[in-house]
Design a protein around this ligand. Structure first.
Ligand code: ADP
Ligand code: MG
Length: 253
């Protein structure tokens, strides 16, 4: 893709003898929202960790903004990739206020400055600035985690199942808030989830992942209506699979 901001080519990763990513290709255009949808254990978190630079690829290549950040020989460390990462377990610092959590990744001189106030306003957390994580609801905690990831003005935002621990009502509300924020900032976003409706309702493009491979990458509409594989059909699509056999005459029996 000519305009790709993120490009993964033939990415492989094993832990010991267990292959976890088995040749992932993925291009993401600047300013878009991509969801990777797959069941637990399919390799979603590993994919994000490789992109963020917390793990190294065994084979393949990762480019960010046209620059190679991992081709197994050259590897750019996480802090030089300008990536915002919201890990699966949230992981706010419990002993720091909302304000200090958000400013944590900024150079010391900027922590008390306007950037943190901007992020507090952006995520509607202005009145929560001096609270500690345990004084917030689950949804508010996730908004802090997102604000913290955005503080460094990343080129790409990675979100690892940020809604999975929330109750249904908050989850529905945050889906809309995250999508609005992404569009307002025009930030290139990669979101991973095992929740079909989440992926289909939020993303510009949906990747269907199974056992370390991306089986389909398409618009939500096409992934839903025209699943490319039996797995995609069963996991996301509107289709029901019927057993059939093609007869000699070409008719289906
Ligand atoms: P997902 O996020 O889709 O649930 P993960 O990327 O977390 O999938 O994990 C994919 C597979 O890799 C799982 O079988 C998991 O047990 C294994 N795995 C993940 N991280 C490690 C690790 N650090 N060491 C060994 N195995 C791992
Ligand atoms: Mg995971």
């Amino acid at each position: 893709m000519a305009n790709a901001l993120v490009s993964l080519e033939s990415l492989h990763k094993s832990y010991g003898a267990t292959p976890v990513l088995r040749g992932v290709d993925l291009s993401i255009e600047a300013g878009t929202f991509t969801a990777v949808l797959g069941p637990s254990g399919s390799g979603k978190t590993t994919l994000l960790r490789l992109l963020a630079g917390f793990e190294r690829a065994d084979q393949g290549r990762i480019e960010l903004g046209g620059r190679v950040v991992d081709d197994t020989r050259r590897v750019v460390p996480p802090e030089k990739r300008r990536i915002g990462y919201v890990p699966q377990d949230g992981s706010l610092f419990p002993h720091l206020t909302v304000r200090a959590n958000i400013g944590f990744g900024l150079p010391r001189a900027q922590r008390r400055g306007g950037r943190v106030d901007e992020l507090l306003a952006l995520t509607d957390l202005g009145t929560m600035a001096d609270r500690y994580p345990h004084q917030l609801s689950g949804g508010q905690q996730q908004r802090v985690a997102i604000a913290r990831a955005l503080a460094i003005e990343p080129k790409v935002l990675l979100l690892d199942e940020p809604l999975s621990a929330l109750d249904a009502r908050v989850r529905a509300q945050l889906r809309v808030e995250i999508r609005n924020l992404q569009q307002r900032l025009q930030i290139t976003t990669l979101f991973v989830t095992h929740d079909q409706s989440e992926a289909l309702s939020m993303a510009d493009r949906v990747g269907v992942m199974q056992a370390g491979r991306l089986e389909q990458l398409d618009t939500p509409e096409n992934v839903y209506r025209r699943p490319a594989t039996a797995f995609a059909a069963e996991f996301v699509g509107a289709m029901n699979r019927l057993p059939g056999r093609m007869g000699d005459s070409g008719d289906v029996q």
